[in-house]
Ligand binder design. Structure first.
Ligand code: SF4
Ligand code: SF4
Length: 341
């Protein structure tokens, strides 16, 4: 284990940024989101949750896939290069690190998404243990330990120092190139870990019971009469999907610039009425069907196809941000009793 005093943290950022592009939580116009570090940036590593997760760095909200241009009777095809810039992302919380494992299941399965794979290979993930989880957090329900946040390098804040420990070979190689670090002892982070464990015990959602809600629950839950009431006030705004670190749906669209056709992909939301619309129309015609799809996918269909892994990590973003205060916790509580019958 190594450490650096927090009053020298800018040196640490500079050292990392000298190695590769560095992304970390930055405060801008009152909101904290991952952004590229440069000297003088307003870094906020105390913010528990960025508004959007670090998912954008591996699966951007919008990206070009290919462009077409007519040259006489010929079509010229211009495919962008595979992303190859080495980068590091610092300040990833344990829930968001687990979310990357969910995304890996989707994008690294055959057929592999080569853009995502390139970014995963080029990115070093430096996680940060939580110090002050919020009442909306329920990561422990999914077996996530915020004191052991994983990634390529794990870090902890304690007693005015940032402690660092390599988790993977990639993380070890990255740390070896950073100069301003001092040697430290594992015992030095124990007070911080104990304080976090005590806070986790007090969180109101820590006992959310998912018993019976799993990959085998399709028959019991799909036809539940509760979906109508649960979805009644849903605005179909898609906020819950855009801020979710595990949501992975996208659309592919063409845009005519007047000189060429640019084909790009962009995040999409199963909460939208035109999501996966085909020539015959939308397969889910009502908001109740779309609402059900989102929660059945996270809690039933995904675990059914991924060795029991849920597609929710309990980050609590949707709990905090849904404008009608509807969320996966309320759905799980409402359907739990039915699932356990
Ligand atoms: S559940 Fe909430 S955040 Fe999600 S689409 Fe409905 S209203 Fe919007
Ligand atoms: S469903 Fe909600 S709590 Fe679960 S990972 Fe997505 S945003 Fe976080």
């Amino acid at each position: 284990m190594q450490k650096i005093a927090m009053d020298r943290i800018s040196e640490f950022y500079s050292a990392m940024a000298a190695e590769r592009a560095l992304y970390l939580p930055l405060k801008k116009r009152g909101a904290v989101n991952f952004g590229r570090w440069q000297e003088g940036a307003d870094v906020d590593i105390d913010a528990l949750h960025t508004v959007k997760s670090p998912k954008d760095l591996f699966f951007p909200q919008s990206e070009d896939i290919v462009a077409f241009k007519m040259k006489g009777k010929e079509i010229e095809i211009d495919a962008p290069d595979t992303p190859d810039e080495p980068f590091a992302v610092f300040g990833v919380r344990a829930c968001d690190a687990r979310a990357m494992e969910v995304l890996d299941r989707v994008f690294l399965s055959e057929p592999v998404d080569t853009y995502y794979r390139a970014r995963r290979e080029n990115g070093v993930v430096i996680t940060l243990a939580c110090t002050a989880p919020e009442e909306t957090c329920f990561c422990s329900v999914f077996g996530i330990d915020p004191a052991q946040p994983g990634g390529d390098v794990s870090t902890w804040l304690s007693g005015g120092f940032l402690y660092l420990k390599a988790v993977t070979e990639k993380g070890e190689a990255f740390l070896a190139g950073l100069t301003p670090l001092e040697e430290a002892n594992d015992a030095e982070i124990e007070p911080a870990v104990r304080a976090l464990e005590e806070t986790m015990e007090r969180l109101p959602l820590k006992d959310l019971d998912l018993t019976g809600i799993d990959g085998n629950a399709t028959e019991k839950l799909f036809g539940s009469e509760q979906w109508a009431e649960l979805s009644r006030a849903c605005l179909g705004c898609g906020t819950c999907t855009y801020i979710c670190p595990t949501c992975q749906c996208y659309d592919i669209r063409d845009f005519d610039t007047g000189k060429e056709i640019r084909r790009y992909r962009c995040w999409d939301s199963c909460m939208y009425s035109d999501f996966t619309r085909m020539a015959h129309g939308n397969p889910r015609k009502s908001q109740v069907e779309r609402f059900r799809q989102r929660f059945m996918h996270k809690l039933v269909y995904f675990p059914a196809n991924n060795d029991g892994m849920y597609s929710c990590v309990g980050c609590g973003r949707c709990v905090a941000k849904c404008p009608i205060s509807m969320n996966i916790v309320k759905v799980a509580k409402a359907l739990g009793a039915e699932a356990r019958k």
